[in-house]
Design a protein around this ligand. Structure first.
Ligand code: TLP
Length: 363
């Protein structure tokens, strides 16, 4: 087992097959900029964004705010930084972040949440990652000095580690209303909110309108090489702007990457449907392989998480064997493997992946 496999990541590049020869289903973060993006990047009008003078960054921020029906937006280097700025913006140090147990912020952002914001998570495991108001309510602390206090409530839509599930709109609205009635803020980790919007046929503005702040990623299914956006009120974004600088996240001629982000925002959402169809196709094929278990009906966006317990092999063993045959997929737990479809994987790639999984688990 290679070093990257031990860390729960399947090797690409130096340790695995040359990436351009592989079907890379490790994440939708692996997409490369399209020809149109590369052209726009080369031609981008730029300036120093620390002076607020990069016209392309400014256009991206205005356009993102417009699409989400918000007062303001901030271009940030990563989803993790966008989420951290939200925590810093809403939750005083020493308070708790209420979120689902498999939320990205609880699984992968604990170091920043704790070390850089002084906050800590308060979690519950929910079926399919979908929190209800009852579950959220059970985690909110009474306003009593004996307890550390609730600082922020958090939903993730789509829910990555629950398999790209989409939060039902009525339930999200109910949670937001109840959280607000207690005088608390609520943030949406909408890294893949465009996938959710396409899956349920609503706009991203509708899905997110009751949240106090929203983060979404340009660099995942939308295919841009770098960047995420944080959205909220003018006042909230002004505060986030100060914190972004403090964290070293202010970029200079960032219009070079914002240009790709603008194309991602306008052109990519309608392409996500194909990724969702490919994920369902993968899930249906996987469900027919002996020892593999997944419910294709639950696969509604671009993420498939399947259980390999019945194969007698661990997820790391299987993904290691897949990688040697040019199929890249990450183990997420001892017996779970995640495959993520995106614009750089087509139906033929998915067919190849299914054939290789079948070979690997049955031999
Ligand atoms: N997700 C990555 C990994 O970190 C697991 C992936 O491959 O899916 N929120 C959600 C819901 C995410 O899935 C991610 C990244 C982030 C936030 C953080 O975004 P980045 O990687 O831009 O910091």
């Amino acid at each position: 087992m290679s070093a990257t496999e031990k860390m729960g990541r399947t090797a690409g590049g130096a340790e695995g097959p040359p990436l351009h020869l592989a079907v890379d289903l490790r994440s939708d973060t692996v997409t490369r900029p399209t020809a149109a993006m590369r052209r726009a990047m080369a031609e981008a009008e730029v300036g120093d964004d620390v002076y607020g003078e990069d016209p392309t960054v400014n256009r991206l921020q205005v356009r993102a705010a417009e699409i989400f029906g918000r007062e303001a937006a901030l271009f940030v280097p990563s989803g993790s930084m966008g989420n951290l700025l939200a925590i810093r913006g809403w939750a005083p140090a020493g308070t708790e972040i209420v979120c689902e147990a498999r939320a990205h912020t609880n699984q992968y952002e604990l170091a920043s949440m704790s070390a850089l914001a002084g906050c800590f998570p308060r979690t519950v495991l929910a079926t399919d990652g979908i929190l209800s108001w009852e579950l959220v309510e059970s985690l909110i602390r009474p306003k009593n000095y004996l307890f550390s206090q609730t600082g922020l409530v958090w939903l993730e839509n789509t829910h990555n580690m629950a398999g790209g599930t989409v939060h039902p709109q009525a339930s999200a609205d109910e949670i937001c209303d109840n959280v607000h009635s207690l005088g608390l803020p609520i943030h949406l980790d909408g890294a893949r909110i465009f996938n959710a919007a396409v899956a349920i046929g609503k706009s991203v503005a509708e899905l997110s309108r009751k949240f106090d702040s929203v983060m979404f990623c340009l660099s995942k299914g939308l295919g841009a090489p770098v960047g995420s956006m944080l959205l909220g009120s003018r006042e909230f974004i002004a505060k986030a702007h100060v914190t972004r600088k403090m964290l070293g996240g202010a970029m200079r001629q960032a219009g070079v990457v914002a240009a790709a982000g603008l194309i991602a925002l306008e052109e990519s959402p309608e392409l996500l449907r194909r990724d969702h169809e490919n994920a369902r196709f993968l899930a249906e094929g996987l469900s027919r392989i002996r020892g593999v278990s997944v419910d294709p009906k639950k696969v509604v966006t671009n993420i498939v998480i399947f259980d390999v317990t019945g194969t007698g092999k661990t997820a790391a063993e299987i993904s290691g064997a897949l990688a040697r045959k040019k199929i890249l997929a990450n183990p997420t737990e001892k017996f779970l493997i995640r495959m993520v479809t995106h614009c750089d994987v087509d139906r033929a790639g998915c067919e190849q992946a299914l054939q290789v999984v079948d070979e690997v688990v049955t031999h």
